[in-house]
Design a protein. Structure first.
Length: 370
């Protein structure tokens, strides 16, 4: 009996001892557990920009604290190492180890990346987190980014955004024609198909572009961020709802080779910090948006307007076409779309009788009219 037990235990030990190294032989011996890593993270945001720009700073702080300084990340704002929209390339090529931004900024080279930020009329923040972290989305994102030597992680969510700032009223789809607007991602494609011109301009340049007439309209985020950038000084009407970005997910990207060089505990710390700050960003927007909206309306006399239902319906029809065009005949893009869409259909079903039913009931009881 005893002999058999020992034999059994030695087999168990052999299996468990080898298990960790099956995929990556030598990984455990290569990483010195006490080694200190000094990394650089570039971002698409101005340095210390409130809200999303603080996410990379907080991730770096959290990682430093949790790792007792073993992983020390210095965060650079847009333009300090590379321009905002070269973040993806800088991390992919290994110029820096990490980046923070939004996946839809890379749609020119990675069209399917847009599913991992926002799809017009797509998922809310809560639903998006559900898809990524418990609905199969993250594995697909990893599969897509592996082609670029990148490991993606969640990096914050703003919640439903505003539709944007305009200097004329939008009463029909025809009113969008000829407008040049800062609106990135799929929302921008839809806006173009509706007769406008879409441009992507990083945060730090939007105000001046509006002021000088380079663009006529702009969407950025919502009251908390838009107040900081001062758009109310150069645009009169503030439209909702943010059909183009109902729950945009921000991303933290890590160069694959840099990630593989870390011991396992630092890899987990990195991911845990990203997930913690993902939630922190959404909480901050939730807490601050209404205070900022009140200031915009009461102090700065901003005119808040709702996009008419027929305009939203037209934008939805165009969105569906653009999503199909984006998927095209790319097998991975189709796989991502099918996962996203089947999850969306399912989650919508329950959102209707949970979030929406509750919000409607509460609004009715409070006599609230938007
Ligand atoms: Ca936006």
């Amino acid at each position: 009996m005893r002999k058999e037990l020992l034999a059994f235990l030695s087999v168990v030990l052999l299996i468990s001892g080898c298990g960790g190294n099956t995929e990556n032989p030598g990984a455990e011996t290569a990483a010195d557990p006490q080694k200190q890593y000094r990394w650089r993270m570039v971002t698409t945001w101005p340095k210390n920009f409130p809200g999303m720009g603080m996410a990379p700073e907080r991730i770096a702080d959290r990682v430093r604290e949790m790792s007792n300084g073993r992983l020390d990340i210095t965060v650079y704002g847009a333009g300090e190492v590379v321009p905002a929209l070269e973040t993806f390339e800088a991390v992919s090529s290994g110029t820096v180890q990490m980046g923070h931004g939004a996946a839809y900024y890379w749609r020119g080279s990675v069209p399917a990346a847009q599913f991992f930020t926002a799809v017009p009329f797509g998922l809310s923040a809560q639903e998006m987190n559900g898809w990524l972290l418990h609905g199969g989305g993250m594995a697909l994102w990893e599969e897509l980014y592996a082609r670029y030597n990148l490991v993606p992680m969640v990096g914050g969510n703003t919640g439903v955004q505003m539709a944007g700032w305009f200097n004329k009223e939008i009463n029909s789809l025809a009113d969008l024609k000829g407008i040049k607007m800062r609106i990135p991602g799929l929302g921008g494609e839809v806006f173009e198909a509706a007769g406008g011109t879409a441009v992507n301009i990083p945060a730090g340049e939007i105000f001046t572009s509006l002021q000088t007439g380079v663009i006529d309209a702009a969407e950025w985020v919502g009251p908390f961020n838009d107040l900081v950038l001062g758009f109310h000084q150069v645009a009169k009407y503030y439209y909702y709802p943010g059909w183009q970005e109902p729950g945009p997910n921000l991303e933290m990207i890590v160069n694959q080779r840099a990630y593989d060089s870390l011991p396992k505990d630092l890899q987990i710390i990195l991911r845990t910090a990203a997930e913690a700050i993902n939630n922190d960003v959404l909480s901050e927007y939730t807490a601050r948006n209404n205070r900022a909206l009140s200031e915009l309306v009461d102090v700065h006399q901003v005119q808040v307007r709702r996009l008419p239902d027929d305009v939203l319906a037209a934008l939805k029809a165009i969105s569906d076409e653009r999503v199909q065009a984006l998927v095209g005949d790319d097998p991975l893009a189709r796989k991502i779309y099918e996962s996203y869409e089947s999850y969306r259909q399912g989650v919508m079903n329950y959102s209707e009788l949970s979030e929406r039913a509750f919000l409607n009931a509460r609004a009715n009881l409070e006599g609230y009219e938007p």
